[in-house]
Each structure stands twice: as structure tokens, then as C-alpha cells.
Design a protein around this ligand. Structure first.
Ligand code: BDR
Ligand code: CA
Length: 310
């Protein structure tokens, strides 16, 4: 079993990624860090608790992640895209649950070491903290996957910046400069990870899983909101699901190894940069990262349907 620690801000596409991970027979979720991003940290925590409750897996540790960027500025939230409570029109009827302090992440790294995969689906604030704090021993953990970046394609938060990077560019800069085993899954592919609404309807209606009752309503809301941004779109991109899909089906994805830098301030705040020439320049004493630049969308949809109906 693939042991994963998820850092997320559910949020509709995060919720789908969490559901996918909880349903996947070869994934063991060993903890979920709820962080601000699409919604506040508190709402992210409550929505995580709700998903775990539906799955009857409330024993999975829920960990309190960051509630604002490293600079301490107030975060902006995206209730318009994800709904007033982060899950479309669903109001999770759960109390703010028991949760663990962030130190629990360090314990998980200690316990699982290289067997622990970290999947970051939100701003990079909590993840950056693990690089700043030596007691975290992040270098002893396994691979780190980050949903973030827009490499020479339009951003979604600004014309050049993707939301997870833009939301805390200082944190993203730390991860890019200090991470040794990081894979970036950027908008270059995640924007194309669109599941048609009809497919979602089938997944929800024809199958009985712990999540059947929420799948269609949350996607319906989310895709209606996307329609106002991208007229004519059928469904909406499930950005965060692509990380798990790549993790479990690497053959369907194209990866390049490059150095990644992030602009943290000024007009190009949130820009992610890499040299994609066939013979790129490299700078010394700076890590290499994997960047996913292409994928097989049909295979992505097929795998999504298979797991979500299992
Ligand atoms: C990313 O930003 C968040 O809004 C989504 O959940 C996803 O992680 C897409 O840019
Ligand atoms: Ca997210």
C-alpha cells in the first residue's frame, strides 16, 4: 500500500482527490492536513471531517495546517467557485472535530520515512514549514507532489500565476529552492483534467459508494461556476485528482526534470519558471524537480471512473 499524507483545502476538487484516495485499494491515507486556500483552515478541517465520516474512516488523523500565508497577510478565499461552505451547496452537518497539532506531521515522517508520500493540494505554506523547521526531518520523507504552477501557459489566479503558488509565493519559493524530491503537477495538465458532467452523473447514480450522495451535487455546483469562467466547458477541471492519478498510473504522464523558480513579489508574483529547451541551463547548488507536462486524458477519466465506482 502506498502511504500518503495529504495536505488539502477542500474545496470541491480537493474533496474529489480525498475521495479518490480513500477509495483506492492501493492507497493508505495516514493523515490529512487541513489548510487554508479555497476556504478557511477551519472550513477545510470541517469538510475533511465530513468526508472521513462518510467513508467511516474517522480514525485517520486530521491535522491542523496553516491558516494564513507565511507573511501573515490575510488569505483570500474562493467561495464563489467552491460554494459558501466549500462543497457546493452541501452544508456538512459535523461539528468542528478533534484534530491534531502540526507536529503530528513530523511524527508521521519519523514513523514512515521514505515510505511516506506527501501530496500537497493547497497553498504551500504548511509544506514550506517542514523545510524551514529542522525538527521536521523532511529530507527523511519520501516523494513530495505539489499541485501548483503554470509553466508558459495562462494562470488561473492571474494571467501568469496559478492559485496554489500565488496564494503563498514565499512558501512556494522555499519548496522550489529546498525540496529534493518534488514533482510539480501544474495547470499545464490539470486544466485539461475535466470530467464531463454526464460521466459524473453515471458515477454518482449507478453506484453505491460512501460518497454517492455528494458527488453529483458538488460537481454540478463547481462546473456551473467554471462555466462562467470558461463558457461552454462540460464539467470542470479536477486539478487535485491528477496528483493521485499520476502517482498510481505514471505511465499515462509525461515528466521532465528541470529546475523551478518562483517569483514572490512584484507584477509577476506567483510566476513559476523552468527552462524547457532541449538542452536547458542549470544553476549550481539548486535542486532539480520533476514537472508533469502532458498526460493521457482518456486514461485519466477511465481510471477516475474505475476508482470512484469501486
Ligand atoms: C488549485 O487551486 C485550488 O483552488 C484548487 O483546489 C487546486 O488545488 C488549482 O489552481
Ligand atoms: Ca486544492
Amino acid at each position: 500500500l502506498r502511504k500518503v499524507l495529504i495536505i488539502a483545502d477542500p474545496g470541491v476538487d480537493d474533496a474529489f482527490a480525498i475521495m479518490y484516495a480513500l477509495l483506492h485499494p492501493e492507497i493508505e491515507v495516514v493523515g490529512i492536513v487541513a489548510e487554508y486556500g479555497n476556504v478557511s483552515q477551519e472550513i477545510a478541517l470541517r469538510n475533511t471531517a465530513y468526508l472521513l465520516q462518510l467513508a467511516n474512516k474517522s480514525d485517520i488523523p486530521m491535522i491542523k495546517g496553516a491558516d494564513k500565508p507565511l507573511t501573515g497577510t490575510n488569505p483570500e478565499f474562493f467561495f464563489d467557485i467552491h460554494g459558501a461552505h466549500g462543497l457546493g451547496e452541501i452544508i456538512p452537518g459535523v461539528q468542528t472535530p478533534d484534530h491534531e497539532r502540526f507536529q503530528r506531521v513530523y511524527e508521521l515522517i519519523h514513523t514512515y520515512g521514505k515510505d511516506l508520500t506527501i501530496i500537497n493540494l493547497s497553498r504551500l505554506t504548511s509544506l514550506a514549514l517542514t523545510y524551514i523547521q529542522s525538527e521536521s526531518n523532511i529530507d527523511k520523507a519520501g516523494d513530495v507532489y505539489v499541485m501548483g504552477g503554470a509553466f508558459f501557459v495562462p494562470g488561473n489566479r492571474t494571467p501568469i500565476a496559478e492559485a496554489n503558488i500565488y496564494g503563498d509565493p514565499q512558501a512556494a519559493k522555499i519548496v522550489a529552492a529546498h525540496g529534493e524530491n518534488v514533482t510539480f503537477v501544474p495547470l499545464n495538465i490539470s486544466n485539461r483534467a475535466v470530467i464531463p458532467l454526464d460521466t459524473i452523473k453515471k458515477v454518482a447514480v449507478e453506484n453505491d459508494t460512501p460518497f454517492s450522495k455528494i458527488i453529483y451535487p458538488i460537481m454540478d455546483y463547481y462546473s456551473n461556476q467554471y462555466e462562467s469562467i470558461i463558457p461552454g466547458i462540460d464539467g470542470a477541471p479536477l486539478h487535485d485528482v491528477t496528483l493521485f492519478s499520476y502517482l498510481m498510473n505514471p505511465k499515462d504522464y509525461k515528466v521532465v526534470e528541470r529546475q523551478v523558480s518562483v517569483n514572490a513579489i512584484g507584477p509577476s508574483k506567483g510566476l513559476t519558471y523552468a527552462d524547457f529547451r532541449p538542452a536547458p541551463d542549470f544553476i549550481e547548488d539548486y535542486p532539480m524537480h520533476n514537472i508533469i507536462i502532458d498526460f493521457n486524458r482518456e486514461a485519466f477519466i477511465k481510471d477516475f471512473v474505475r476508482i470512484m465506482t469501486s
